[in-house]
Ligand binder design. Structure first.
Ligand SMILES: O=C(O)C1=C[C@@H](OP(=O)(O)O)[C@@H](O)[C@H](O)C1
Ligand SMILES: C=C(OP(=O)(O)O)C(=O)O
Length: 430
């Protein structure tokens, strides 16, 4: 079976920013259309970037520089009224972490804000880095949103960045570095989610940036801006994980075209974890296929560090009760700082299903068991809804308290799961 998996959120939002900062017109084919990418796109439009649609492509007319706030804001006497550019990031971590550095390379006052969920997520390392680079920055309580940047361009420099909570701060700084007037060197401390940095650097180079990676892990980006460059967005590997896991637990075969050996998404590595459960995996240049054992049996009894692919740990944890031995996931402390405290939320949901589950600050262990009916508390976290929907293919009586929260990255998730697995129940009773 072929799963129709929509475009990568991470590539779409990076490409939108790169295209906005470039000179010329960029055509992005097959972008993800979901809450996170529409929020990012709307935010850029609000910052003066022109984005239009033709067929399944978005056309971005880049400005070649950082945004300028409040250019038309004058008071009755014609003087600058000092109005702010207000940027709504909704639930999108990528918007809150990628857009403030972009604003700092521009001019004017920008106020970033988002939902309560996004306000609860840490931003202080990014705010500190922008301050160290000379921007005027203020944050809300606990160093989080709302964040105000008063910008007059950045001159680059050499900074150390605490990257133990998220790699997104580093990506945000790197993406905007070519707009600075001198080189930027960043030394990331305790970097999590490293594959996302490789993705960032690859996309920056696609748009013509000059980047250098040093032996000690530091990264230097040289000034020179970006040039428009068309791009076809590959399917989202994190989203694909639900369909690959579904193949593993149902004994079926699922192929995702467009996701192959050349993918820049670390989360495609999830299929190697499924291989350890006994699934068969084939990755070619143009597609990835996972085939489950005919009886959907999973091998357990292993530990796996998923620190680099933490968005997919819940996909594994949710199906782990079906394995024949305990499954331990380590290295995922930063997953407590996302849409929900993901270790805590997954553990509580598994316990509600009657599954013996242990958790530590950076780990979770799921023991084999027969899940009993329960309502899953989604915590407005799309990945909790999607991961437990996969378990629902094997276990009756699972319901979701908020099936619609999948819209953050895949509004059509439930329809696609039912199209592929007609036996799957409706979202309320998965
Ligand atoms: O850069 C990105 O596009 C992302 C990086 C990861 O976040 P962290 O670096 O916070 O782990 C990931 O969880 C998120 O969904 C997308
Ligand atoms: C952590 C996630 O998103 P965000 O981009 O908001 O960090 C996610 O999609 O799992």
């Amino acid at each position: 079976m072929t799963a129709r998996v929509p475009g990568s959120k991470s590539i779409t939002n990076r490409a939108l920013l790169l295209a906005a900062a470039a000179t010329g017109v960029t055509r992005l084919r097959a972008p993800l259309v979901s809450d996170d990418t529409l929020a990012f796109r709307t935010a850029l439009t609000g910052l003066g970037v022109r984005i239009t649609e033709t067929g399944d492509a978005w056309e971005v007319t880049g400005t070649g520089r950082g945004p300028v706030a409040a250019t038309n804001a004058t008071d009755a006497d014609g003087a600058d009224a000092g109005a702010d550019a207000r940027v709504w990031c909704a639930d999108a971590g990528t918007a809150a972490r990628f857009l403030p550095p972009f604003a700092a390379t521009g001019k004017g006052r920008f106020v970033f804000d988002g939902t309560d969920q996004l306000r609860a997520r840490p931003l202080r390392p990014l705010a500190d880095a922008l301050t160290a680079l000379g921007a005027e920055v203020s944050t809300g309580p606990g160093g989080a949103l709302p964040l105000t940047v008063t910008a007059d361009g950045l001159t680059g420099g050499d900074i150390t960045l605490d990257s133990s909570f998220s790699s997104q701060y580093l990506t945000g700084l790197l993406l905007s570095a070519p707009l600075m007037s001198a080189p930027l060197t960043v030394r990331a401390r305790s970097l999590v989610s490293r594959p996302y940095i490789d993705m960032t650097l690859a996309l920056m180079r696609h748009f013509g940036a000059l980047t250098e990676e040093h032996g000690d892990g530091a990264i230097t980006v040289h000034p020179g801006g970006y040039t428009a460059a068309d791009l076809t967005i590959e399917p989202d590997a994190s989203t694909a994980s639900y369909f690959f896991a579904a193949a593993a637990v149902t004994g079926r075969s699922v192929t995702v075209p467009g996701l192959g050996t050349g993918s820049s998404q670390g989360d495609l590595g999830f299929v190697e974890v499924l291989r350890r459960t006994g699934a068969e995996v084939e990755i070619t240049a143009s597609a990835t296929t996972v085939t489950g054992r005919p009886d959907g049996r999973l091998t357990g009894g292993f530990d796996v560090d998923m620190g680099n692919i933490s968005d997919t740990f819940m996909t594994l944890a949710a199906i782990a009760p079906l394995a024949d031995g305990p499954v331990t996931v380590t290295g995922i402390g930063h997953a407590r700082l996302k849409e929900s405290d993901r270790i805590g939320a997954v553990a509580r949901n598994l316990r509600a299903l009657g599954i013996h589950t242990e958790e530590g600050p950076e780990r979770i262990t799921v023991h084999p068991g027969a899940p009993r009916p329960a309502e899953i508390a989604c915590h407005r976290d799309h990945r909790i809804a999607m991961a437990f929907s996969v378990l629902g293919l094997r276990t009756g009586g699972i319901t979701l308290d908020d099936p619609a929260c999948v819209a953050k990255t895949f509004p059509g998730f439930h329809d696609e799961l039912r199209r592929l697995f007609p036996g799957a129940a409706t979202p309320q009773g998965i």
